[in-house]
Design a protein around this ligand. Sequence first.
Ligand SMILES: *Cc1c(COP(=O)(O)O)cnc(C)c1O
Length: 420
Amino acid sequence: MINSLEFAIDLDRHDPLAHFRDEFVIDDPDTIYLEGNSLGRLPKRTADRVRDAVDHEWGQRLIRGWGEGWFTAPQRVGAKIAQLIGAQTDQVIVCDSTSVNIFKLAMAALRARPGRHTIVTDDLNFPTDVYVLQGVAQLLGAEYRLEIIHSEDGLIVSNDAIARAINTDTALVELTHTAFKSGYVYDMRAITEAAHRSGALVLWDLCHSVGAMPLALDECGVDLAVGCTYKYLNGGPGSPAFLYVHKDLQSQLLSPIWGWFGQKNQFEMEPNYQPVSGITRFLAGTPTMLSLAAVEPSVELILEAGIERLREKSVQQTEYLIALWEEMLKPLGVKLNSPRDANHRGSHVSLGHPEGLRIGRALIEEMKVIPDFRYPDNIRLGIAPLYTSYAHIYEGITRLRRVIAERLYEKYPTTRPEVT
Ligand SMILES: *Cc1c(COP(=O)(O)O)cnc(C)c1O
């Protein structure tokens, strides 16, 4: 019977990836963490690595560290992330934040498509993506515009709707590959092809995809991509993001930030900017070494587990969660705000309830369950297949059911907290 803890424990017993949970710092085994899609857990080896970066590399080696691995870290870690996203090496580099990288690549793309003035995106996109694109259009001039496709149901936007919005004025199509609210996964190949048919470039935001599913950027002919490293890649709060530029485009595109880390023969300290060839031209300034050090061990851990196997487990776990929702929560009026089809679903599931905000609060404060909340009604449950167990999914849904059935949320205020 699916609706029992014994069933969940049995699934864990047969899970070939279960032992990876031991790789993580787990302070309280009874806390059910369903936020790996927002901030991944701390791997034990990362804690060791960061300690070494502080005590040995900085504390003892001092500035010699730049010659002992720091200087080449953006490319080295980028090459490891490349393996997770289906990219040949020399196309990925780690730097800056996702927001800044969207700005750099969107500006570069628009300048490479003179005469075209439209950026296409949709309203399932993450806010920062939309804001940055609005800023880019504003900077480039009055003839530039951002077209935001409207999702009919708030869950998906069809390939057709996107293809219809692309025309000969489209310079760039920018979308988030796994939508942050619904978890809808776009058809990367079809949309990339539609953009190319009209002569536009595409920029994919991989924040909610990287580390949760295999990607095939090269194979799909993707031009540009960005992603963060603190969600499924477990790089820690504010760890640097990455960017991807297809090899064939690298020499045609120019970062709008002409920093010395993108300069040819950087240490000649020439007075005029001359971009270095290759992906390195998209760097701006000095890498944030301590947080960059935290990214590498976790990416290695994911490569060890195997991204195909992680995706397999993630699909099984979201299917399991949805089956539990159907039995235990749907009768209480909870909606499923994520796609039913696993091929179009990422590694989180959103459940809708008009009291979602207060339910989330009761879960955190009384139930030791940590989900998050996204307006208007989404209780987001993130599954990180590296460390989320079936037993925790079962327990999390059971405690969620209790909060709703016993109306435990009613004592909390309906006002919005600063962070949700
Ligand atoms: C998390 C996330 C971001 C975050 O951007 P930062 O610059 O790191 O704050 C951007 N885009 C998407 C789709 C995200 O999920």
